[in-house]
Design a protein around this ligand. Structure first.
Ligand SMILES: Cc1cc2nc3c(=O)[nH]c(=O)nc-3n(C[C@H](O)[C@H](O)[C@H](O)COP(=O)(O)OP(=O)(O)OC[C@H]3O[C@@H](n4cnc5c(N)ncnc54)[C@H](O)[C@@H]3O)c2cc1C
Ligand SMILES: NC(=O)c1ccc[n+]([C@@H]2O[C@H](COP(=O)([O-])OP(=O)(O)OC[C@H]3O[C@@H](n4cnc5c(N)ncnc54)[C@H](O)[C@@H]3O)[C@@H](O)[C@H]2O)c1
Length: 485
């Protein structure tokens, strides 16, 4: 057993997408960067989240798209090839091997250390490796990029039954005959649809509605899509208890206080598999934060990722660990800002005290008002910025303009195209605060909205961004006309 001591400019704890990005940024700036990872380099997104879940969904979406177009429908008569879908998913996870990501890390000039890290004091990190403990002294910064862990709800009996989390669902080697999904968030709806389309009998139970962060019409379209795939969607339903039944589980429900969906919603459900997808929390326990006077549950960061209440400007948190936005692309954006801020502070080109200007390269300003997100169900939901409710909560004079998506482009795209779009406008400044699109294949419409929100493009100038004919984007023109331009 060795007891080595290493020195580095920057130590990044956690080699998920976010930690990798940050380390890439600081290494490129010439800072000696050590990346510590206890599991697979690439983290949740590559192996158990974004990539495999989208790989499980995409074949079903492609088949359904063909079936919505007369002429193609007649050719698309079969069912999904489960083995091929699972094999393609496995290929996207590189069969849960991180060789190529390790190559990228090394090629980027980052030093990789496999082990479990914790803070041992100011700028001190201790790593438990297979070869023994290694102490690292960080000259400039320690970055927590440790991701998040699933929250397990307090359901009676849950500790006594085997159940899947999102990791087990996305890594499934077989499609269960039946699946009970607890949780009506993004993971719940995406995985419910993926498995329903692969042939499972799926029940989805949500204690409130589905996708509560998104506007109601978008929620309703996703609910209809799930029901059309045969998913038994039970809203406003509380899970009372679960128990083992043969090789599977049996669950009992009660109507939630905010209005149940009738007696059928609370009838018990037996299923071969139970998937618990009820949210995630930052992974900050057992990191030794107490060693530096911090309370994990109260960790706060500024726009550069710097942890508040930690004197000396050396501790940062980014991505899911920072708990602001639990999305890969936004975490990587935080990593770019924090990585650049660390490098600039190390050379003195960024002042040690105070926060840089909003929208500078050192601040993740978009976290506050321009986060794009996509729910990859069929229909999809794509949203950026503030909903009308959120805008008003912030005291903004906001209005909403909304329409069904019914333009030449959507009619050509799919027979009976059913979609909905909304723009949220700041009435004081006449700029977009947010946009939501719901419908088949709307995700690629989102970046235009993100640019308009981030760029604070005046509506009267947006009027001159003419959507090509005939595309689904024509809905932009309809929305601006409906707004009154
Ligand atoms: C089912 C599902 C689907 C999703 N789909 C999408 C999607 O389509 N698009 C999207 O943008 N987001 C999606 N997300 C969210 C996305 O997965 C996360 O936001 C993203 O993975 C966060 O990246 P991260 O690097 O912050 O954390 P992680 O990817 O969790 O990486 C953290 C890393 O830190 C390591 N680690 C933790 N503690 C230590 C320690 N003490 N020492 C050493 N290493 C440590 C872990 O092993 C891990 O590798 C999805 C999430 C789920 C659950
Ligand atoms: N397409 C994507 O970008 C994508 C896909 C999946 C996940 N993610 C991200 O990963 C994170 C985790 O996803 P998630 O779906 O697990 O979390 P979530 O926070 O989106 O949804 C969790 C759901 O579980 C419900 N819930 C919580 N406690 C419950 C209980 N005791 N009983 C019943 N329901 C309960 C909540 O009301 C909520 O609807 C999210 O931040 C999400 O944005 C993103």
């Amino acid at each position: 057993m060795t007891n080595q001591t290493l020195a580095a400019d920057v130590v990044v704890v956690g080699g998920g997408a976010v930690g990798e990005n940050l380390a890439g940024r600081t290494a490129a700036a010439g800072l000696k960067t050590i990346l510590v990872e206890k599991d697979l380099v690439g983290g949740e997104c590559s192996y158990w989240a974004c990539m495999p879940s989208k790989a499980l969904l995409r074949p079903g979406t492609a088949l359904a798209a063909a079936r919505r177009v007369d002429g193609a429908r007649q050719a698309a008569t079969g069912v999904l090839d489960r083995e091929a879908v699972l094999a393609r998913r496995t290929a996207f996870t590189s069969d849960w091997k991180d060789t190529s990501q390790v190559e990228w890390v090394r090629g980027a000039g980052i030093e990789l250390l496999r082990g479990t890290a914790r803070l041992a004091g100011r700028k001190q990190v201790e790593v438990a490796t297979d070869e023994g403990a290694i102490a690292i002294e960080a000259r400039h910064a320690v970055v927590l990029a440790t991701g998040s862990a699933p929250s397990v709800p307090p359901v009676r009996g849950l500790d006594g039954v085997p159940f899947w989390g999102t990791r087990e669902a996305t890594a499934a080697r077989e499609v269960p005959r039946s699946l009970l999904v607890l949780g009506g968030g993004v993971s719940g709806v995406e995985l419910a649809q993926a498995f329903a389309r692969l042939g499972s009998t799926v029940t989805l139970v949500a204690r409130r509605g589905l996708l509560s962060a998104y506007p109601k019409p978008a929620q309703r379209l996703v609910e209809a899509g799930l029901r059309a795939d045969g998913v038994d969607v039970r809203l406003h339903t509380a899970t009372e208890s679960v128990a083992r039944e043969g090789d599977g589980v049996r669950a009992q429900f009660t109507a939630a206080n905010d209005g149940g969906t009738g007696a059928s919603a609370v009838s018990p459900v037996s299923a071969e598999r139970l998937l618990v997808a009820t949210g995630r929390r930052p992974s900050l326990a057992a990191l030794g934060l107490e060693q530096v006077g911090l309370v994990p549950e109260e960790l706060r960061t500024d726009a550069t990722g710097l942890v508040a209440g930690c004197p000396g400007q050396w501790l940062y948190a980014v991505g899911d660990a920072a708990g602001k936005v639990l999305l890969t692309h936004q975490g990587k954006y935080e990593a770019r800002a924090a990585g650049d801020a660390i490098a600039a502070r190390a050379t003195g080109s960024l002042a040690a005290g105070g926060e840089p200007e909003p929208w500078s390269k050192y601040t993740a300003t978009a976290d506050e008002r321009a986060v794009p997100s996509v729910v990859f169900t069929d229909p999809e939901v794509a949203m950026v910025g503030l909903t009308l409710e959120k805008a008003r909560e912030r005291g903004l004079d906001a209005s909403a303009t909304e329409l069904p998506i019914a333009v030449a482009g959507s009619a050509l795209h799919a027979d009976g195209y059913d979609g909905w779009a909304q723009l949220v406008v700041d009435e004081d400044r006449k700029v977009l605060l947010g946009a939501t699109f719901a419908g088949p294949d709307v995700s690629e419409l989102l970046h235009a909205a993100t640019i308009a929100v981030v760029g604070e493009v005046p509506l009267e100038r947006l009027w001159h961004a003419v959507p090509a004919y005939p595309t689904i984007s024509e809905v932009w023109l309809r929305l601006l006309e409906e707004y009154g331009l």
